[in-house]
Design a protein around this ligand. Structure first.
Ligand code: SF4
Length: 644
């Protein structure tokens, strides 16, 4: 029987594929206190190991997989895996977050993080079983879908093995290919293409050591309070354990025909209503240590396949935004995206953009080589998804992903590309909550994102919010978004950074409220500080927690500065027809006022958007200031290709 590893003294596994060498390094307590885990560890590793502008698909890029601090414990929803890299989609920091069992297994094997560098000459996979780590041939695996890959590895290593890896899209360097975990849990921003560029198919892990908190009685006492909260919260359970994020279809106005019309609950077409999707549901599943089980399992009669985790985003992106209303076809497309390993939002938004550009004559019939690109053509869209994953013919260009695709057709095409820093914004209302939602897209350190700030958690009319929790937090000094939108956004960013670093799921309810453990009882980060102290044995105060999140966020901002991000890239784009209106101009003016205030309050230079030296030194990361201070970097315009 192995001795349980101490959670705060696990190791980092560094895998150099070029030299086929594996190194293990202990994580120091000081590193845990300063960067927490998960996203925090990854962002620091990327800043330290990627010195400047490189081609994200070159061997110099780094792939980091980080457990959350609480991975493998009974604290609810805390086994998310954070996957970070220099994104081949955007050319800035790219990270994503996936559920499943991998994060817990990695923790049980005694590792906090895996860092992959270099490029193997031939396809490889990594097998980890506690202290044993092997780089093995993967030629038999190359070409398999994500599901086939997991099945192959389970045949080889046993059913308990957990797998992170890629499908054909990652192998073919599709720029929005994902890292898939245990078949169906996805991490976005193109990390899958980085695995492909490194000739790395998968990492399979079995861990048997368990996790032991420094103060088990205290930690599990606090964890039980959090478990009980979810168990007695009927509202959260009713929504997330029964409907999942399909709830968004009747709450968030999914877009029709490339963002042209927002659909109310009454306007949802037959085929895309929650009750239509429910007809295909045959069960539910969950990630490790989650009492909610938000993920549906669906059956596709026409192909005999099972899929899982159909979400609001996939239904709007592959369905309504492309005017496809055939329920089974949309579910099949989502399943294909999972099996090929592609991000559904970028996939669906890029296909819809191609349709629009074709309609407007910006893409000619010759460009698209015989494909009709008719809105709503489900059969054709199924073919397009396969052609994109294999980069066949014209669809090689679509595989470049959203802004990179539009850029191939010049300024006319870019005018219809609603991205922030190269990442599609997905569905949003342009004036949602006085521009704060838009602001959170602009300030996100991984490009447009609704999971980076989530300031809209305070919207009192939002039926998903536990209003009692909000009141408690406001009383505890949390800024109210209506009076102090920037202060509220910064708190949201801290909360999301914290959740990603602890390994906590942000999808449990559609706000960051429950993503911060115990926030409902000890607002705002006090409960987390108590849990961290009990778990790690390192004394954490609430200020330590806030400082750690700021250290992580500003390191990410500095990483992006080195990739050429300037203040102008905090811009947001509106549809050309709307951008010309007085309302849009007023919103943009307000947006830039908020950006200025945000930069000031984040301790950045308001003219350049660089984090200031005194801010970085105040967080004890003066070395980050040394890397960017007084330096000019070539302006960002998407991912670097070849030599920078
Ligand atoms: S709420 Fe859903 S996505 Fe989040 S941990 Fe639970 S099952 Fe996984």
């Amino acid at each position: 029987m192995s001795t349980p590893s101490r959670p705060n003294t696990g190791s980092v596994l560094i895998i150099d594929l070029t030299r086929e060498k594996v190194v293990k390094r202990k994580v120091l307590s000081e590193t845990v206190k300063r960067y927490l885990g998960g996203r925090g560890f990854n962002s620091k590793a990327l800043f330290d190991m990627i010195p400047g502008r490189i081609d994200p698909l070159s061997p110099e890029n780094v792939l980091a997989l980080g457990n959350g601090t609480f991975a493998g414990t009974a604290l609810p929803m805390t086994s998310r895996l954070h996957i970070s890299t220099l994104s081949p989609l955007s050319g800035i920091l790219g990270d994503g977050n996936a559920g499943g069992e991998f994060s817990a297994m990695l923790k049980f094997a005694g590792y906090e993080q895996v860092i992959v560098t270099g490029r193997a000459e031939k396809p490889k996979y990594v097998f980890i079983e506690d202290d044993e780590v092997e780089i093995r041939d993967a030629e038999e695996l190359w070409g398999l879908t994500t599901g086939e890959t997991v099945d192959w590895l389970r045949d080889e290593h046993g059913d308990e093995v957990s797998v992170a890896g890629i499908g054909p899209a990652g192998e073919n360097l599709v720029r929005f290919a994902t890292t898939m975990v245990d078949k169906y849990h996805s991490g976005a921003r193109g990390s899958g293409a980085v695995w492909g560029s490194k000739n790395l198919k998968a990492i399979a892990v079995i861990g048997t050591k368990g996790v032991e908190p420094a103060d088990p009685e205290r930690f599990y006492g606090l964890a039980k309070e959090d478990i009980d909260y979810f168990n007695r919260n009927e509202f959260v359970r009713r929504i997330y354990s029964v409907i999942g994020t399909h709830y968004g279809l009747i709450q968030w106005y999914p877009s029709w025909r490339y963002f042209q019309v927002p659909l109310s609950a009454e306007e949802l077409p037959i085929g895309l209503r929650p009750q239509d999707l429910a007809e295909y549901e045959v069960g539910r599943t969950q990630c490790f240590s989650c009492p909610l089980a938000c993920k549906d399992v669906y059956y596709l009669p026409s192909t005999g396949e099972y899929g899982t985790a159909s979400e609001f985003e996939s239904i709007y992106a592959l369905g309504s935004n492309n005017c496809v209303t055939d329920t089974e076809a949309v579910l099949r497309m989502e399943h294909m995206a999972d099996e090929y390993g592609m991000d559904v939002m970028t996939l669906g938004d890029t296909i819809a953009l191609a349709r629009l550009l074709h309609e407007k004559g910006i893409l000619s019939r010759g460009d698209v080589k015989g494909v009709s690109l008719e809105w709503g053509d489900a059969e054709e869209q199924i073919e397009l998804i396969e052609m994109t994953a294999y980069r066949k013919g014209f669809w090689d260009k679509l595989a470049e992903g959203y802004r990179n695709f539009a850029k191939l057709y010049g300024e006319d095409a870019l005018a219809y590309c609603y991205d922030v820093k190269g990442v599609n914004r997905g569905w949003y209302e342009v004036d949602f909550i006085n521009g704060v939602f838009t602001l959170s897209h602009a300030t996100s350190t991984r490009g447009a994102d609704h999971l980076r700030g989530r300031s809209w958690a305070y919207w009192e009319n939002d039926k998903l919010i536990d209003i009692e929790v909000v009141r408690g937090m406001l009383e505890a000094g949390l800024p109210d978004y209506r009076k102090d939108p920037v202060g509220a956004l910064i708190y949201g960013e801290r909360a999301c950074t914290l959740a990603d670093s602890l390994g906590r799921c942000k999808g449990s309810i559609n706000s960051w409220l429950q993503a911060v453990p115990l926030v409902w009882k000890y607002p705002v980060f006090k409960g987390t500080a108590m849990l961290l102290t009990a778990f790690t044995g390192i004394e954490f105060t609430e200020k330590d927690v806030i400082d750690a999140t700021d250290r992580i966020y500003l390191t990410e901002m500095a990483f992006n500065v080195r990739q050429g991000i300037k203040k102008k890239h905090y811009d947001v784009k509106f549809p050309p027809e709307f951008a010309a209106t007085e309302r849009a101009k007023a919103q943009l003016k307000r947006h830039w006022e908020l950006v200025d205030e945000y930069l000031e309050r984040r301790g950045c230079d308001v003219e350049t958007a660089y984090p200031r030296r005194e801010t970085l030194e105040g967080l004890d990361i003066g070395y980050v200031a040394d890397q960017i201070g007084g330096k000019e970097f070539p302006e960002w315009d998407g991912p670097v290709r070849g030599v920078a």
